[in-house]
Design a protein. Sequence first.
Length: 378
Amino acid sequence: MNRILALALCVLLLSCVRAQDDLPFEVEVLGSFEQPWALAFLPDGRMLVTEKKGNLLLVGQDGQTFGSIGGVPDVDYGRQGGLGDVVLHPDFENNGLVYLSYAEAGIGDTRGAAVGRGVLTLTDGGGSLADFDVIWRQYPKVVGFGHYGHRLLFDDDGYLWITSGDRQKFTPAQDMQSNLGKVLRLHDDGAVPDDNPFVDYDSEDPLVDDDGVYGQIWSLGHRNPLGIATDLSGQLWIVEMGPKHGDELNRIERGGNYGYPIVSNGDHYDGREIPDHDTRPDFNAPAAYWVPAISPGHVMFYSGDMFGDWRGNALAAGLSSKAIIRIEIDGSEAREVERFEMNARIRAIVQGPDGALWVLEDERGDSEGRLLKLTPKG
Ligand SMILES: [Ca+2]
C-alpha cells in the first residue's frame, strides 16, 4: 500500500526519488577500480575501462580484469585531472583506433586536456596501443587542476565531438581565441570540418590570428561539460556542472552561446551572484537545470529493449547527488521524471550490448569505484 501511495505521489509531483530498497532494477556488483572514469564496450563484448592515474584496462562482462593496455600516454594526474574518456572509432573493427582524453602537463605549472588516438591490439593478458598520436589540445594550457571536461563522442556522421571545460578560469568560455569552455567538432584525425560555424571568424576581426582555434568551436559559453550524447533523433545534448547549483542539460545548437560565465541559474561559490538565464534571452537557456545541484558526471540516451519504457530517455550520472537521474525528452523540452538513489557518487553510465546499464561509481569518500550492472527487476 505504501508503495502504491508513493507511486501516486510521484505521478502528482511528476518526478520522484526512488530509495535504494525501491529501485526498479537489480544491481549486480562486478568489481571495483581505482578512480575509474569511463568505460567503452569492444565489439567482442569486453570493455575498456579508464582509471584516472593513467591505466587503461581490458575487462570482461563478469568484471574480471584481463590486464592493462600498454602505450597509453603519460597523464598529469591530480585532483580532477588524469586519464579521462575512452571511445572507439566508428570503423574500429577495421582500423582498431581507440581515442583517449587526458590531462597533459605543459611548461611551468600549466596543464590542459589532450585527445589522442592509437591502434589497439589485444592479447590474452591485455593489449597495447600503437602509434599513439595527439590530435587535439586545450588552448591555452593554464595552472590548476579542474574543469577539463574532455568527454568524447563520435556521432552517426563520424564527427568527433569534444567537451572542453573552462579550467575554472571563467572568461575563456566566451573567448573565441581559446577552446576552453566550448563544445568542439572535429574530423576523426583532428582536422577542422569546413562547415563548422566559426571557420571564417578571423575575417570578422583583423586582429585575430588566422591560425586560431575558433574553427574547432561548435558552441560556447560552457563551464564544465562532463557528458555528451546524441538522442535517438541524432540531436546533440550535453550535461554540464554548474557553479554553486545551476547544473545544466543543454540541447546543443550550431554556433550557440550558452552564456557562462555571464549567466547561470547557479551562483559563484564565493557568494557572488551570477544573473540567471532569464535575464539574457539572447543566450541559449538550458533545457533542464538543477537547483540544488546533482553534479552530472555523464549522460547517455537509452535505445535498448531491456528497459523498454525508457527508450529515448536521457540518463544522467549524479556525483554529489549519488543518483541516476532519468530525464524525458520531448523535442527541445526536457524534464527530470525519476531519480534513483545509488548511495555512491556515479561517474559513468553506459548501455551495454544487451541493453543492460553499466555503471561506474566514482572512488572518493565512501564511494568505492565499483562496476555495477543494472537489469530490470523480474
Ligand atoms: Ca544565478
